[in-house]
Write a protein that binds this ligand. Structure first.
Ligand code: HEC
Length: 400
């Protein structure tokens, strides 16, 4: 009896209780070559961080996740029990315990990509001072349409990439048409806006774009692939040479997946405003299956909410992200895709803190407008929908 009680009271140890949690929820980022600042794969690596880990999970700082409403398939949050185990373990001075035979928790191995698009040479990233958005046009030379089921964007210096968007530019499009392919360039402000469809978005910790069965993203024959990259210097000069790995469907799927946006370009945030709000809304031109969200604001962002407004005016929150954190541009994938009818009204509301008490605010005295560099703001509510496979973005938006 006494022995049993002692065992029950014994603090959880690293090998039996903590390592499995870290492998499931942390080491994807906290390993060499990934974005976490320190590896957490062995007891020796983890031990010095025990208190910091306790703080990070108790305050829900780690793993990064900011949805306060909605149910999402990729929610990495720890359970109450897991948090309690980590707390008890750290409070008991982080005992090691005995190594346990455990299956190695390696991420599932993907089959080799059907196509790897490489940038021809690395781009230099300075130690300091923000780089303008970098663009590069790649020409895969597709003679037939392709249906992309999975895309994995692989920067070579993940720490330097704030976000990377992979666009599909259909043949004959005028967007960035004056720029030569296969070399990095910067665009003029008026060139940066496009309606080109998005194939994938890479942000720190986002993982590959991977679509459910029967869904894919169409690439029209003759399309170019355009990368748009926002680099964030981090104190050490480096370089990056991103690749995009693509997997294709063997047969035409039932659904084409489109990335749409609730975009508010007419922003005006007054100087020193502590809580400035903007809303924007739009109606869907046709039936669609709602799949996921990716809200985008800059350094003054406080919160972002997507809502569905029913015809009678009743409002349903689909996702609320709070606090909004510029360094975590996360995608939120619905646990169950949501069928929406033609005419469904979606609304986005964002809040900003332009006061001096926002430690990230680059200039509280500025009247802030819309532009790409981090000193300005943006408000884009990206969301993915699935539409019938014979529709592309253009035909989906034709009034029928
Ligand atoms: C999606 C990637 C990602 C995941 C998953 C992740 N981390 Fe992190 N972690 C980071 C990054 C990047 C930082 C540094 C920036 C920051 O603090 O936000 C960080 C910072 C930390 C810190 C603070 C280090 C310091 O300097 O004080 C701790 C502690 C930590 N993580 C523990 C964990 C634990 C424990 C888990 C799992 C429960 C986890 N992280 C999951 C990426 C991640």
């Amino acid at each position: 009896m006494l022995l049993l009680a002692a065992a029950m009271l014994a603090a959880p140890d690293y090998h039996s209780a903590i390592a499995p949690i870290l492998e499931r929820r942390c080491t994807g980022c906290h390993r060499k070559g990934e974005i976490g600042p320190m590896p957490l794969e062995t007891y020796r690596e983890v031990r010095p961080w025990a208190r910091a880990i306790r703080e990070a999970v108790l305050r829900k700082k780690m793993p990064p996740w900011f949805a306060v409403s909605g149910k999402f398939a990729n929610d990495p949050s720890l359970t109450k029990e897991e948090i309690a185990l980590i707390e008890q373990w750290a409070d008991a001075k982080a005992p090691e315990g005995k190594p346990q035979p455990r299956p190695a928790a390696k991420p599932p191995q993907l089959p080799a990509a059907d196509l790897i698009l490489s940038t021809p040479a690395p781009i230099r990233i300075p130690a300091k001072s923000e780089l303008e958005y970098q663009y590069i046009i790649l020409q895969p030379g597709f003679r037939e349409e392709r249906w992309v089921t999975r895309a994995d964007v692989r920067p070579t210096d993940r720490r330097a990439v704030h976000h990377l968007v992979v666009y599909v530019r259909p043949p004959g499009a005028s967007w960035l048409a004056t720029h030569a392919p296969n070399q990095f360039f910067t665009a003029k402000p008026e060139e940066g806006v496009t309606t080109a469809d998005i194939l994938a978005v890479y942000t720190p910790g986002s993982g590959p774009m991977s679509l459910p069965a029967d869904m894919a993203r169409r690439i029209a024959p003759g399309s170019d692939i355009v990368l748009q990259i926002h680099y964030n210097p981090y104190g050490r000069a480096s370089q990056d040479q991103p690749q995009v790995h693509l997997w294709f469907a063997k047969t035409k799927p039932r659904y084409n997946v489109l990335t749409l946006q609730l975009n508010q370009p007419r922003l005006l945030i007054p100087p020193f405003a502590k809580d400035h709000a903007e809303t924007v809304s739009g109606t869907l031109p046709g039936d669609a299956l709602l799949l996921s969200f990716l809200p985008h604001l800059h350094l003054r962002g406080k919160s972002f909410e997507y809502r569905l407004v029913a015809p009678g005016g009743r409002i349903e929150s689909l996702l609320k992200v709070e606090p909004y954190d510029f360094f975590w541009q996360l995608q939120y994938r619905l646990e169950t895709p949501r069928p929406l009818k033609k005419g469904a009204r979606l609304q986005a509301e964002a809040h900003w803190d332009n006061s001096a008490s926002n430690p990230r605010n680059p200039d509280p005295s500025a009247e802030v407008t819309y532009c790409e560099p981090s000193r300005c703001e943006m408000m884009i509510g990206f969301f993915d929908v699935a539409v019938p496979a014979d529709m592309d973005k253009e035909t989906y938006f034709l009034r029928r």
